[in-house]
Design a protein around this ligand. Structure first.
Ligand SMILES: [Zn+2]
Length: 208
């Protein structure tokens, strides 16, 4: 009891930095929140995502995924939902399928970040798709390596997608290779991919 109270007192005095821009302020500053409200745009790969020219949303997403900074979940989740809705605009009866997390990532984080952001849009359950063979973290890989890493790496249960229009969604879209591999698995399961979305798209030259 004493330690919790002491922790709260310490929190009140320690400087707080914004999870997006890093400036000393609130856990997620007004400027970065307003960047979340930008309208989604469609990339040349056909992925709807929120523009992130300053990479503030990318930093906030990393803080959420890797350091459980839950203060950013609401704004990032709203932005993600708008991108997913934009990908499904004009399509009736489409279902939304999330890129499945690797088991090792789930175990390390203790939660599925993309699923945690997707509140507000109905998505298929985690059992609908899974990683079917070991694959590396895509970060730091070249475009060709990314494609090889994920090709044939997903399986989709036909029960959820057969004969249906499907929107695929991820958190970060870089080369589109992950969403492309999932689209192949949807096709094998008898579904038809009609749209793709991510929270943010990363320009290829920013890949690292
Ligand atoms: Zn900020």
């Amino acid at each position: 009891m004493w330690s919790v109270s002491a922790g709260r007192v310490l929190d009140a005095f320690l400087p707080t930095r914004c999870a997006g821009c890093g400036l000393p302020s609130s856990p997620f500053c007004a400027g970065c929140r307003s960047e979340c409200e930008a309208p989604p745009e469609c990339t040349e790969d056909g992925i709807w995502a929120i523009p992130d020219p300053e990479e503030h949303l990318r930093a906030a997403l990393r803080a959420f995924k890797d350091h459980a900074r839950f203060a950013v979940r609401g704004p990032l989740g709203s932005a993600w939902c708008r991108a997913a809705r934009a990908a499904g605009a004009g399509v009736s009866d489409a279902v939304v399928l999330l890129v499945p997390s690797r088991t090792s990532s789930l175990a390390r984080r203790g939660f599925d970040p993309v699923r945690a952001l997707s509140r507000g849009v109905p998505v298929l359950p985690a059992a609908a798709a899974w990683v079917s063979r070991p694959m590396r973290d895509q970060r730091g890989l070249s475009a060709a390596q990314r494609q090889r890493n994920v090709r044939g790496g997903f399986s989709v249960d036909p029960v959820w997608v057969s004969g249906r229009s499907v929107i695929l969604a991820d958190d970060v879209a870089t080369t589109g290779s992950t969403l492309g591999a999932l689209a192949s698995a949807v096709s094998e399961a008898g579904g038809r991919t009609v749209g793709m979305a991510a929270l943010i798209s990363v320009h290829r030259s920013q890949t690292r």
